[in-house]
Write a protein that binds this ligand. Structure first.
Ligand SMILES: Nc1nc2c(c(=O)[nH]1)N[C@H]1C(S)=C(S)[C@@H](COP(=O)(O)O)O[C@H]1N2
Ligand SMILES: [Mo]
Length: 372
């Protein structure tokens, strides 16, 4: 791991980074935890439209299940007429769809929220963009004879908690989101078969929504009248309905499940603390919003005016574009801030909205560099 990698790891002891090296992305990911698995992408990788799979962050509550336990996804319960049990090869009868989407953990940036909150102290690296190939959840539900009165789809992976007292990772999404044509059951990532760490053989893709909805090792799909219950619906992955002062606790009444991730941008380079050569340089990074396409990205150099960056890549809700901003690197210490605006008019804020779990951090990203 290079110097920047260590800087990004912050407080993490070097020893656990070495443990991660043995199996995580050949040592290219930053380890925040092993059990649960919390492996982040280095910021320097966010200068590409497609995040290479070996650099793609991994976040698993219990780790992957034994493959043999999860060859099929079962579509069942009282709200389907024809329960189905489908392996990857059975999906060939449905239309294949490939789309590009950002996968971001709701806790990405938690380590930067002020005041501090408990939980994995993620920096910026629990996000990536990939192309995902699979079939529409809607088509599979249709084939199973979905009862039109179903209001939610309950979901579970084949991964099990380490002991029965630990709550299982069960979730649900509202039926409208399940039937959205962009919601996929995927088996390929970046053109290659999905890897076990990312949910093979089958995982859910929910573009624009935070990563906790993107169920890996998808094993059970059950349309229902009610949302799923349990820790990960009733306690975890909830945000205040309206902003609350730091220290306020969440209750079922003042909170709701988080869904769409807000507008955000990140600078891949220059890296914070880096030495930059004199002359023509560029600031490069990514910008995305779960709600709408990116409308503009602006850079503030030192304390100057906000200036527009150039955008590259296809615009769209839930997918990222690259931005580039050319500047003349002059001797001294310099800094930049970036802010993105989406087509729905949302502007990335200077300070993120505080919430007790530090979800959806999206404050301006700032970097400082030196020119000799
Ligand atoms: N079955 C299952 N699905 C899961 C998880 C999990 O622990 N178990 N983690 C979720 C969370 S919190 C995130 S952010 C994403 C991470 O996906 P990745 O590891 O492919 O990056 O998977 C989601 N899907
Ligand atoms: Mo997550």
């Amino acid at each position: 791991m290079n110097r920047r990698g260590f800087l990004e790891l912050g407080a993490l002891a070097a020893s656990s980074a070495i443990v991660a090296r043995a199996f995580a992305g050949g040592g290219k990911l930053l380890a925040y935890g092993e059990r649960p698995q919390e492996l982040a992408t280095p910021l320097s990788a966010f200068d590409q439209l497609e995040t290479p799979t070996e650099l793609f962050f991994i976040r698993s509550h219990f780790g992957p299940p034994a493959l043999v336990a999860n060859r099929h996804v079962k579509i069942g319960g009282g709200f389907v007429k024809k329960p189905l049990q489908l392996a990857v090869s059975d999906l060939a009868r449905f239309t294949e769809v490939t789309l590009t989407a950002v996968l971001q953990c709701a806790g990405n940036g938690r380590g930067l929220i002020v005041p501090r909150v408990p939980g994995v102290q993620w920096g910026h690296g629990a996000v990536g963009q990939a192309s995902w190939t699979g079939v529409r959840l809607r088509d599979v539900l249709d084939a199973a004879g979905l009862d039109p009165s179903a209001a939610h789809v309950q979901l579970a992976g084949a991964d099990l908690p380490p002991k029965p007292t630990v709550p299982a990772f069960k979730r649900s999404i509202p039926i409208a989101r399940a039937l959205d044509p962009s919601t996929l059951i995927a088996y390929r990532m970046n053109g290659a078969p999905l890897r076990l760490a990312h949910g093979a053989p089958l995982r859910l893709i929910v573009p624009g929504w935070a990563g906790n909805h993107w169920i890996k090792w998808l094993a059970h799909v059950e349309p229902a009248a009610e949302p799923a219950t349990g820790f990960y619906m009733e306690k975890g992955y909830r945000v205040p309905k309206t902003p609350i002062p730091p220290g306020t606790a969440l209750t079922p009444d003042n909170s709701e499940p988080l869904t769409v991730f807000p507008v955000k941008s990140l600078i891949a380079r220059p890296g914070d603390g880096e030495h930059v050569a004199r002359g023509r340089q560029e600031i490069v990074g990514v910008a995305f919003s779960g709600a709408a396409a990116i409308a503009k990205v602006e850079i503030q150099l030192d304390d100057g005016a906000w200036q527009p960056a150039k955008l590259e890549g296809e615009p769209g809700a839930g997918r990222w574009q690259l931005f580039r901003f050319a500047f003349d690197a002059t001797p001294g210490t310099h800094r930049a801030a970036v802010r993105a605006t989406d087509a729905a008019g949302a502007v990335q804020p200077e300070h993120a909205i505080w919430n007790p779990s530090g979800y959806h951090w999206n404050a301006w990203h700032r970097v400082t560099w030196e020119v000799a």
